[in-house]
Design a protein around this ligand. Structure first.
Ligand code: SF4
Length: 435
């Protein structure tokens, strides 16, 4: 079969299509011919031309709940081409496969991890009957049998060339590459879709596999920094310690950065020092909401957060934080206290994200059903914009951003595009491509 994997445009920032790359090795092992196309770099006309002229039989894409409107026109157009079948995978099809089919016009939706399901589906006489595949004729939702991540091959890095995605984000070194070393998490935070996306909970790769992948990126792709995108990298500190030991044993000299949010209660001085010794140069905490010491509740206290920031900084890391503005149950006074406290942390990078009801999270649908005292979305956007403005008006934050832009001109186009999006949306555009 000839299969084209497509990453729809999510934001101005090119993000490595990890979910699609993870499907490639098992498709290739079964003799399928796999190509990739990313709508950040190519147009929809290019996509249609590629399908028409290349004898493509299957087109697959990852879909998020906020880009289905962009996907539907070309997905529907593909349906009119004789002999072409389409599938969607990722966060939205996993959480709401029938809704995802209706909103994109695809033929088949993949529920759960796609690595084994997609090869089975494209080889099946009746693809809709394969466990993990949903379509209009087979609407029952059956999760495929759980296969541990460490039993699956590492993502392919050739169908989507690494260097195309290596100069878009702020990074401690360039070029960088995005990776994941585990999926899932042991916790169930109310604002997070991960527990619904990963019912089998924390699912790690072994330390050897992790370091094998990083070594390949360094040696064969010239990568100087690894951006770890795990749901919960520090869910198992013993594994993280073993990864550090393996990096040191192999003398693998590469920066690595935890960019996807670490809870402040997952770190301590010892593990941060060990991580720094093994090359970890940056940590971003998912603080979400800050409370004074006497107010336990959603998020973290300022004292616990200050300690986590100080330990990481003393270990030599650059430290960032993510904050959610406008969560249900948190009114205006607590929101303003959280923003004020967050600005006192002296972070190197900070993002305030207006709350949105992520499908699959415990708060999906909550904005209109609970707690009328919580602030409105428009107020949350205004507060998030004001927080970014206050952060970048601090001389240290602005100076750091300006000097990085001068030092790494290759990142400028994507960063300007991202800044425009950030100003429009009031915070980062969510872009999780579920691997
Ligand atoms: S927010 Fe983080 S810690 Fe909480 S459930 Fe999601 S991945 Fe786990």
């Amino acid at each position: 079969m000839r299969i084209l994997l497509v990453q729809p445009k999510v934001s101005a920032e090119p993000a490595y299509p990890l979910a699609l790359a993870a499907i490639v090795p098992l498709l290739a092992a079964e003799g399928h011919e796999v190509a990739g196309l990313d709508l950040v770099f190519d147009s929809e006309d290019d996509l249609m031309e590629r399908v028409r002229s290349g004898g493509v039989e299957w087109v697959g894409a990852t879909v998020l709940h906020h880009n289905t409107d962009d996907v539907m026109p070309w997905m529907r157009a593909l349906r009119t081409l004789k002999g072409v079948r389409t599938f969607i995978a990722g966060a939205l099809p996993t959480i709401d496969p029938l809704g995802a089919l209706a909103r994109t016009g695809a033929d088949f939706a993949i529920v759960g991890p796609p690595e084994l399901t997609v090869p089975r589906m494209v080889g099946a006489p009746d693809p809709g009957t394969v466990p993990g595949v949903v379509n209009e004729r087979n609407p029952s939702i059956e999760w495929p049998k759980h296969i541990p991540l460490d039993a699956l091959p590492l993502p392919d890095r050739t169908v989507f060339p690494v260097d195309q995605y290596s100069y878009a984000m702020r990074s401690t070194a360039l070029p960088y590459a995005q990776v994941y070393t585990s999926r899932g998490c042991y916790r169930s935070c109310s604002y997070c879709p991960v527990p619904a996306l990963r019912p089998d909970r924390f699912d790690p790769r072994t330390p050897t596999q992790v370091v094998d992948e990083w070594e390949d990126l360094v040696v064969n792709h010239g990568v100087n920094s690894i951006h770890v995108e795990d749901d919960s990298f520090l869910a198992d500190k013993h594994r993280v310690h073993a990864i550090c030991t393996e990096l040191i044993r192999r003398n693998l000299r590469v920066n690595w950065e935890l960019v996807n949010g670490i809870r402040v209660d997952q770190v301590d001085r010892l593990i941060l020092n060990r991580m720094a010794e093994a090359g970890c140069k940056r940590i971003v905490y998912s603080v979400e909401h800050l409370n004074p010491p006497a107010y336990p509740g959603i998020g973290h206290t300022i004292t616990a957060t200050q300690s986590a920031v100080e330990w990481a900084r003393n270990a030599g890391m650059r430290v960032g934080g993510y904050f959610i503005v406008g969560m249900p149950g948190i009114g205006l006074p607590q929101t303003l206290i959280s923003v004020r406290l967050s600005l006192t942390l002296g972070l190197d990078d900070a993002n305030w994200v207006p709350f949105y009801e992520t499908p699959g999270s415990g708060y999906a649908g909550a904005g209109t059903t609970i707690d009328t005292a919580a602030i409105s979305r428009s107020a949350a956007i205004r507060i998030a914009k004001a927080a970014h403005l206050a952060f970048f008006s601090q001389p240290a934050s602005f100076g750091r951003l300006a000097s990085e832009m001068v030092a790494t001109p290759a990142t400028l186009p994507a960063m300007v595009g991202k800044a425009v999006e950030l100003l429009r949306a009031g915070g980062p555009v969510p872009m999780r491509d579920t691997p």
